[in-house]
Design a protein around this ligand. Structure first.
Ligand code: HPA
Ligand code: ZN
Length: 337
């Protein structure tokens, strides 16, 4: 194997942009659909995979919400999360910060407690049995109203010890960050971390709003920030982490070819991207597959790969001591290869 590929694959790393519902592999989807007596509009795993051919974010989201609709019980959410943790462990992920979309479940009548309970129980087992530390980020669906997001935050209150932050996902165009100004302020008052998807399909103005109006601590994606020089300077000056998702960008036609992925330009501009899977079951792979796609297509150097790995810990919500320990682990690994 190419030396850079094996360096990236074997390195300890953090994953900071992973929708747990987007890690739902078709095999498990069929298994859970069967045990819940739910009928999927597909007759085989092959048929499902063949449907994963998207021209944009919305085409993906339509099928993503359909897929998650077979999740009904606490055990379903546990199994989903545990399957992801096994794949992450295999890719040497030692820390993960995962998103979940409670509104995608509660609007179908699933109890908030069952969704978060299953996810949190698996994260706890992942920590005990695989040594993977984690944080849980509750995303608001931006195509719904801010009132709906407020109601979701209220519903989350009994579970706040399990929740580390809030995020913003779903259909970006037409739903600017400013729409969620008040609910993000409330989440900040509750001591939650703040992140938002911005600049995936939306313009640089949405990234400005995420920074200035929502006061986020990370930008999820951020690709289109590169169109605005002042914004690039702002992100670089603040050392803002961008949770970038190469295979997602390709599958959702945010880029036309991996050779045109903006990661090299981001690194050259002094930004802090890290590499993530986003929705691995839908986009063609987990975090190491994303490193493979980048390394195969682009003239990345060893220093670039090291920076991407460091940024994954630097940009995380680990405590200072956890972060220092993870970076020491990474440095020890890099010194030996
Ligand atoms: N973008 C926006 N919303 C999402 C995504 C994404 O890539 N994945 C799941 N929800
Ligand atoms: Zn995402």
């Amino acid at each position: 194997m190419n030396a850079l590929l094996s360096l990236a694959h074997n390195a300890p790393k953090a994953e900071l942009h992973l929708h747990i519902e987007g890690s739902f592999e078709p095999e498990l989807m069929f298994e859970i659909a069967q045990r819940n007596g739910v009928k999927l509009p597909f007759s085989s795993v092959e048929e499902i995979r063949a449907a994963y051919d998207f021209a944009n974010l919305q085409e993906f989201l339509d099928i993503y919400y359909q897929g998650m609709s077979v999740l009904l019980h606490e055990q379903d959410f546990y199994d989903l999360t545990m399957a992801y943790l096994r794949r992450a462990h295999n890719d040497n992920v030692i820390h993960t910060e995962i998103f979940f979309d409670p509104q995608g479940h509660t609007e179908r009548g699933v109890a908030f407690a069952d969704a978060i309970g299953g996810i949190a129980r698996a994260l706890d087992d992942g920590r005990k049995n695989m040594g993977i530390s984690s944080r849980l980020i509750m995303c608001f669906l931006r195509h719904l109203s801010e009132d709906d997001a407020h109601a979701t935050l209220e519903e989350a209150k009994p579970f706040l010890p399990l929740i580390d932050g809030v995020g913003l996902d779903s259909s970006e165009l037409g739903h600017p960050p400013a729409k969620f100004k008040n609910v993000f302020a409330k989440a900040r008052d509750l001591g939650l971390h703040l992140v938002a998807h911005a600049g995936e399909e939306g313009p640089p103005a949405y990234v400005w709003e995420a920074l200035d109006i929502l006061k986020v601590q990370r930008i999820d994606h951020g690709n289109r920030a590169l169109e605005d020089e002042k914004l690039v300077k702002r992100l670089a000056d603040e050392g803002m982490c961008l949770t970038v998702c190469p295979l997602s960008n390709l599958k959702l036609c945010v880029i036309d070819n991996m050779r045109n992925h903006p990661i090299p330009a981001m690194l050259a501009a002094g930004l802090k991207p890290c590499v993530n899977a986003d929705d691995p079951s839908y986009f063609g792979g987990y975090v190491n597959d994303n490193f493979t796609a980048l390394i195969d297509a682009l003239p990345l150097t060893r220093a670039d790969i090291e920076a991407l790995l460091r940024n994954s810990f630097d940009g995380s919500f680990m405590s200072d001591s956890e972060k220092a320990a993870a970076l020491t682990k990474l440095d020890a690994y890099l010194a030996g290869v």
